[in-house]
Each structure stands twice: as C-alpha cells, then as structure tokens.
Ligand binder design. Structure first.
Ligand SMILES: [Zn+2]
Length: 455
C-alpha cells in the first residue's frame, strides 16, 4: 500500500466505525483490520476520519460590481485544503453573447494548473440567447450537469425570465441534469432598492431592508411551481429565510424534485451585523436574517428539508468592501467561507447543537456528491473511491483569526469565535496536501472532475 491509516475512527454518512484504511494509486484500496504496511503509515489514534469535504458553492476570482473576489483558484483551493475541503464546485462565467461551451473552456483555463484540490463546475447561464438550449446535451455529456440561473439582477441583464427558467428545467431533466436557482424576485427588490436610493437611504442597514424575506419566498415558490409543472430537477442555493424553508418542505411533500442549500453565514450570523461600524463587510445576497430565520434553517437541516451546507465563498478584502462603503448597492456582495466551512459546522452543528458527525458528512460530502453526480468517487469512504480524507481532531480548540487563516483576505465574519474540532491533515487522491499548517502538495495538482447525470 502507498499509505495506511491505522487506529482510525471512520465517519460516513450512515455509520461510525473503527478500522484501517489502505490507499493505493490515489484510491481507497482496502478498509479493514491489520492492513499490511504502507510506504507511509499514519497513526490516527483519537482522531476522526471524514471523507473529504465538498464545497458545492464557491466563486473564486469572480467579478462582482467592478471588483474581483480576492481568492483566485490557487489561494482559494489552498485555503480549502487547510479546511478539509478536497473538492470545490465553482461556476463558469458567461460573457454577453458567449456560448456556454466557450465559457466552460475559459473557466477551466483559469483553474487548471493552479488548483490544489479537485474541482467541478456549475454552468452559469446569464445570457439567454437563442442557442443556449441546443448546447445543453453536449455540456451534460462533457461532465457539467448543473445549470445556474438568477431570478434577480435584472439591472445587470442576467435575470432569467419565467419562460426561460421553465424551458431550462424541462430541457435539463431530459438528460438527467438539474437547475440551480438564485431565488430572489428581481422586480420586487429592484423596486425597493430604487425607492431607498430616492430617499437617500444608502447605508448598509438598507441592504437587508431592501431584500425582505418575501422576496426570497416568492421566487422560491415560483421556481418550485415551475419545476413541478415540467418535472424538472431544482436546486435552491443559499436559503436564508424560514419562509423559503417552508416552501421547500411544501414542495418536497408534493413530490417535486427539489434540493436545498444553506450556508454557514445564515446558520451563525444575524442581521444585527448591519448595525455595526463595519457593516458593509457583511453585505451579501441574500442578506443575513433574524434569529428566528437562523433557527428555522437549523430545524430545516435536522428535518432533512435542507440537503447541503455550502459556502457561497466570494471573499472581498476590507479595501474592496470599503470601495462601496456607506452605499450598500455599490459594495461588492459576498462573504468568505471555504476554509472555515467544516470546522464551523462541526463546532456549531455537532458540538453545540448535537448533530451527529454522520449528519455532517451527509450535509458536507455525501449529499453534494450524490446531488451533483460525484458519488461514489467523492463523498464516500468506500473501497474504490478517491482517497480524499480528512483527519480531524475533535478535541482541539481554535480561535478564528483572519490573519491566521489562509484565504487571501484580511477579514473574517467569525473573528474571535472559539471553535472546537479542527482538520489536522487533508489527503486528496492519496496525497497529503495539508498537515498542521504545512502544504506539502504543489499548486496545479488538482484536476477537473466531471459530474455524471444522476436525476
Ligand atoms: Zn453564489
């Protein structure tokens, strides 16, 4: 064996058990007892072994309002490795008039040669020229099975119409793909933003006020109804409100094929941040919500209404955020997250709220792998799977400090928060890529992983 991990407590989405893992040629070759020597032998006594975490929602080096998110594919995936993330699913960026296929090739050129971990892609569809439907079968066959649209951002010219959303849901289901929706009603929120501007209400406090809960609820319900109508596969990104959780629950009960995601920021933070001096640093869309919404999201997780926790990692430095200071609609939207995803959800979800470690695997690895077609290559600890593993110390505590994290950023929304449980060693396809502050792997070793249609 190339590597053997001994004295391990393995955590999968359905069980926790003692055993040894033998790794050969980048794959998990054997799980059992007394596996013969490895070239490298790791003693994991007292540690938990998780499958590598999949962050199904990241935006590396992505333009937003004239700024570019501060992590590129290199810094962002290196930081991801430190957080136990072994796969990200990022998004293509479609320029006006650009074919989807070209946008995919362009994004791959940006990532390849720079990523430390493996990556897959969601195909952003922001320019609905006549040919977009024709490209779908070929794109799905090439290993990109999810398509993302925005029900907001009308002024930016990227808002999807109801007709196009319905067409896309119908077309993708034919080939087993799915449609990801940013569910905020663009007409309603643009109206509220314009009214706020007319009244001179431009401080960050008006960011949440111009995106009230019903804006998300209405769009979420509409997407669910359209998915039901055509039998489409729908994935709602970054749920933030109790009403949206109820809508997803309602849809699932009706048998609509819906998956729902929320993010650490909605599970840990509330709108009180918009009262603070550095309020503009917390501008993200949808905005942070009330305590009641936060609790409804945790309940949605416990009940299985919410399937995935991913980050929407889209970091901006203090200087970038300051560029739009006091004018909420000019501040680049987004929060960091890829490096802190796993430890935050472990600490807040498992330690504080009693979720089982198996439930965390479901939310952070198994479900994203199943939904997006990476399973069982990723998201699993089984013989034949990629040897993507995290050795996790459940006892160690850490205080979050932006300057001690590895993201290309001088700000953390969780500054000063003490968390319990941290990833100590990350293995990607059998190679140690992170070990207690060190990064023995080289940039560019990560690969594009095609997803397969599963719906
Ligand atoms: Zn996003």
């Amino acid at each position: 064996m190339d590597m053997v991990i001994r004295n391990a407590t393995l955590v999968t989405h359905k069980e926790t058990f003692r055993g040894e893992i033998g790794i050969q040629a980048g794959k998990i070759a054997k799980i059992g007892e007394r596996i013969s020597e490895g070239v490298i032998t790791i003693d994991a006594s007292g540690k938990l072994i998780f499958p590598g975490i999949i962050d199904a929602h990241t935006h590396m080096e992505t333009p937003v309002k004239g700024y570019v998110s501060s992590d590129d594919f290199s810094t962002g995936t290196k930081a991801a490795a430190a957080g136990g993330v072994t796969t990200i699913i990022d998004f293509t960026i479609q320029a006006k008039g650009q074919s989807l296929k070209e946008s995919i090739e362009e994004r791959k050129r940006q990532a390849n040669g720079r990523v430390y971990i493996d990556y897959a892609l969601h195909c952003n569809l922001t320019d609905f020229n006549v040919s977009f439907l024709r490209e779908i079968p070929e794109i799905i066959a090439s290993g990109i099975t999810s398509f993302k649209v925005f029900m907001a951002y009308r002024n930016e010219g990227i808002m999807v119409s109801n007709e196009n959303l319905k067409l896309l849901l119908k077309e993708t289901r034919k080939y087993g793909g799915l449609v990801q929706v940013h569910a905020e009603n663009g007409f309603l929120l643009d109206y509220l933003v314009e009214k706020a501007i007319q009244r001179g209400n431009t401080s960050p406090l008006f960011h949440p006020k111009t995106r009230p809960n019903y804006v998300e609820e209405e769009a979420g319900v509409r997407a669910i109804v359209l998915a039901e109508e055509v039998g489409g596969n729908l994935y709602l990104v970054h749920l933030s409100t109790r009403e949206a959780v109820e809508a997803v629950k309602w849809g699932k009960e009706r048998g609509v094929k819906i998956f729902a995601e929320t993010c650490p920021q909605y599970l840990l933070l509330t709108e009180e941040v918009y009262q603070w001096d550095d309020a503009s640093y917390y501008i993200t869309s949808p905005p942070l919500r009330s305590e009641e919404d936060k609790e409804a999201l945790w309940q949605g997780i416990r009940e299985g209404t919410i399937d995935v926790v991913a980050t929407d990692h889209c970091p901006f430095t203090r200087a970038q955020k300051d560029g739009g200071k006091d004018i909420f609609f000019e501040t680049p939207n987004g929060l960091p997250g890829v490096e802190t995803l796993f430890p935050l959800i472990y600490s807040e979800g498992a330690v504080k709220r009693g979720l089982s470690p198996n439930k965390l695997v479901e939310l952070l690895a198994y479900n994203p792998a199943k939904i997006f077609g990476l399973y069982p290559r990723k998201g699993a600890i089984t013989e034949g799977s990629d040897a993507d593993l995290v050795i996790f110390n459940p006892e160690k505590e850490m205080k979050i400090r932006a300057n001690e994290l590895h993201m290309n950023l001088d700000f953390s929304p969780y500054e000063g928060l003490t968390i319990k449980g941290i990833p100590e060693l990350t293995i990607s396809r059998g190679e140690i890529i992170y070990e207690q502050g060190n990064f023995p792997a080289s940039q560019g070793r990560g690969k594009f992983v095609p997803t397969t249609p599963t719906h």
